[in-house]
Every structure is written in C-alpha cells, then in structure tokens.
Design a protein around this ligand. Structure first.
Ligand SMILES: Cc1ncc(COP(=O)(O)O)c(C=O)c1O
Length: 446
C-alpha cells in the first residue's frame, strides 16, 4: 500500500500530472481530470467528433520543425510524409520551411493538392510503380531517390527533361533498433549495397543516362534510433563513397542525405533521439571526412518523420468493455485498436494510457488495454496503471500517437478510419473526417 493509496487527495493530484515528454507541448491537465490540447478539452473533442479520434497539436508540430531548423541551420530538413500526411500537414511543414518526402502517387497528389512547392518534394520508395514515377514527373518533384536498377531504366525512359536524382545506398550500418524498422544493414530490401559495389555500379548507370542528373547520395538506417554513433558511422562510409565517385567518375555530388529515424519516447523514461548530439557530432564528422578525402563538403539533408509529428498526436478512445479474466488480469477493451494503430501488432509497441474527463479518487491498478479487433495481438498496453473503477463509457487518451497511426490505419473488420482534428488556440478544426459506411461501400462495386 503506497501513500497515494492511503490519501485520496494525493492520489488524484499525482494522477493530475502528465508524464513529462510524452504529451504535446500545449497539453495540460485540468482539475476536473480532463486534458486540454491547444486549449481545447479532449472530452469536448470526443463529444463533438466521436471516438476514436486523433488530435494533432499544431503548435507542437511547428515547434519541432523550428527546433530542427534551428539545430541544423545549414541542412535541409525534409519531413517524411509517411509518418502522417494530409493537406493541412503538408501546408504546415511548408510554412515552417521544410521539404517533404513522398512515397507514392497518392502522397504526391496530397502534396500537390496542398500547393506544396514541387521542387521541395523528394520521392522515395523501394518500389515506385510507373504511376508513382509518372505522378512525380508530372508534378515536377525536385528529386527522386533511386532504389533499384529497374528504376534507373524506368525513370530514364519516362523523364522528358533532366530529372535530379539521388541514389539510395545500403551502408551496412546498424541503427540498433527493432528489426522490422532496420533498413541500413546488408541484406536490406532498400537501396544499393555499398559493400558489394552495387552502389558504385548504380552511380555509373545513372551517369550513363542523359535524362538523369545525379546530385547526391542517400541512406536511411531505420526508425526509432536514439544514438548518434550509427549516423557518424554512416557519414564516414557515405563520405568514402562520395570520394570514390569523385576519383572514379570525376563527379562532385552536392548532397548527402542521411535519412530520418529519429526516435521519440513512447513511455516514461524511454530514450529519444539525441538531436543536440547529432548537431554537434555529425556535421563535424562530415567536415573531417571530406577534408581527409579532399572533396568538397556536400550539403546535409535529414528526413525526420516521427520526431516531427509523433508527440503532437493524442488518440482518444471510449472504453467499451471491462473484463476480469481467468489469470486475474483486468482487460479494458476500447472502441478502436489495430485499425487506427497497427504498431502494437507490427512491432509489439506499447503505449501509455490515461483516463480523462473525470476525477480519479480510487487506487490505480494494473490493467491490459486491448482493441476491438479480431486478433489477440490487438493490444495497446500491458500492466498499465489505471483507476480501479474504469468502466464502459470512460474516455482513454493515448499520447505519442501522431506518427504511423493514421497513415498506417486500415479498414480491418470494415471499421471506418478515425478522423484527425487539429487543436490550436482554443479551436478544433477537422483535418480528415471519419470514414463512413458509405465510403466503405463506394469501393465495393461487385
Ligand atoms: C527514406 C526514409 N526517410 C525517412 C523516414 C522517416 O523515418 P522516421 O519517421 O522514423 O523519422 C523513413 C521511414 O520509413 C524512410 O523510409
């Protein structure tokens, strides 16, 4: 029995604090037990837009963009749209001076619809279909990051004017992250291997295509990387390749893109990407390596996705069912799950969860929080402390849910995808509406 168990006032005051570093910068706990974001009550958002609902703290997104620009003033910051993209998000990062990484004809279409400057678009993907390439070329995207021999040929056939390209390299560097999001190691499906010489061969092939103008090299080590040393090693290897390009082919490449993958914490005390360390160490490593090889220093590019939008997002669910199961666990089932957040099922990700919208006067006890879908892996939190009296109808808020949630959402069990609502300055603006049964049936034409 803790002191908080004995003193209800202490208990409710402890519960009325938000875990540091996990919530959007404008998030506040109200005495009533509600949480506000951008000055808007999440309980009101749930009442107005229904649940589940994703909210986005746009001040948080802007602050993250600014901190990247401030930390790396000489670098290009490209927001990885795969983390979350809609027209408003594209406009937001555009206003903050970032470029935008797009991965498909669909993402190109959203960027175009938002009026995003085409020259600041970077097209990625290990498979770019002819439709993706045509959409990118029609839009006039600034750069295409080539990922395969097939793509060199396809792009060269389609391009009607010189297209600026980079080559994606697999540098053989481990980002020490989950295997499902590790991309920089030998054997990865992404890019051209540095070790086997495939990357250097790809450079020669691109140089032989008059329609393609090689401007740089790219690598992306993976996602949820906390440390800087893998980026230093990648800088070392990639600079060696730039030097080899200079020696062999007499070319000077102006850009080195080190990708994204900067981690955010998903739980109290969890590590986050060391941006100050990156800022201190990587540009120095780049300068030293270039000097050692006697080549001009290329401009650095980074591509954070999650680190820009992850912490700006909170998802609000409603509790539907509370069960006590055979092994004694309390299972709390909510009205969303793997259709709005597949990360637990994909990588075993777990989240902090909080009851909002009412005062908490009882003890906190461990609970397992699950989704509504027909998979046992549809499990959001295990052994999370939640009030003993959680019941159907309560609201649950899940922070750190701005990245790879809505963008990875599905219609599993034919549940319509949740809306996204921007919260700022006391206003709630719907960015993406809830998907309806009509939407679902419109595609079902058989
Ligand atoms: C090429 C590339 N750049 C950037 C990113 C963004 O990664 P993160 O959101 O972890 O920063 C990804 C993610 O898959 C990627 O594939």
């Amino acid at each position: 029995v803790t002191l908080a168990d004995l003193l209800p006032s202490l208990r409710s005051s402890l519960y009325s604090r938000l875990e540091v570093g996990l919530w959007p910068i404008t998030a506040r706990c109200a005495p009533s037990g509600d949480v506000t974001v951008g000055g808007v009550s999440l309980t009101d958002v749930a009442a107005r837009f229904g649940t589940p609902v994703h909210v986005l703290d746009t001040a948080d997104v802007r602050a993250r963009c600014r901190s990247y620009r401030c930390a790396l003033p000489d670098a290009e910051i490209v927001y990885a749209g795969k983390a979350f993209l809609c027209r408003a998000m594209a406009r937001l990062v555009e206003e903050e001076g970032l470029s935008l990484d797009v991965c498909s004809a669909g993402e190109v279409a959203v960027a175009r619809a938002a009026g995003f400057p085409a020259e600041r678009l970077v097209l990625h993907g290990n498979v770019k279909t002819a439709e993706d390439l045509k959409a990118a070329l029609t839009a006039g995207v600034g750069r295409i990051v080539i990922d395969s021999v097939e793509e060199i040929q396809a792009l060269s056939d389609l391009a009607v004017r010189p297209q600026r390209v980079l080559i994606r390299v697999t540098p053989g560097v481990d980002g020490h992250t989950h295997s499902a999001v590790t991309t920089g190691v030998e054997g990865s499906k992404f890019g051209f291997s540095l070790a086997t010489g495939a990357a250097l061969d790809a450079v020669a092939q691109v140089l032989a295509c008059p329609a393609l103008r090689l401007v740089g090299l790219h690598c992306h080590l993976g996602s949820q990387i906390t440390g800087v040393s893998s980026f230093e090693l990648a800088t070392h290897r990639m600079t060696g390749l730039l030097a080899e390009c200079a020696r062999r082919y007499g070319i000077v490449l102006a850009e080195l893109n080190l990708g994204g993958g900067h981690a955010i914490p998903y739980g109290a005390g969890a590590g986050e990407f060391d941006l100050p360390g990156f800022t201190r160490r990587v540009p120095i490593a780049l300068g030293l390596e270039c000097a050692r090889h006697g080549i001009p220093r290329p401009r650095l590019t980074v591509e954070p996705g999650r680190a820009i939008v992850g912490r700006a997002g909170v998802t609000v669910y409603r509790v539907a069912v509370v069960k006590r199961v055979g092994d004694g666990r309390r299972i709390i089932a909510m009205d969303g799950g793997m259709s709005d957040n597949p990360r637990p099922a994909l990588y075993g990700a777990r989240y902090p969860v909080r009851v909002i919208g009412r005062e908490v006067t009882v003890s906190l006890r461990p609970a397992t929080v699950v989704g509504r879908h027909c998979e046992s892996g549809d499990l959001l939190a295990e052994d999370v402390s939640l009030p003993d009296d959680v019941h159907a109808g309560d609201l649950l808020a899940v922070p750190c849910s701005g990245a790879y949630h809505h963008s990875m959402a599905s219609n599993y069990n034919l549940v319509g995808r949740a809306p996204v609502v921007a919260l700022a300055d006391g206003r709630a603006d719907m960015l993406v509406r809830r998907e309806t049964e009509e939407d679902l049936l419109r595609r079902d034409v058989g």
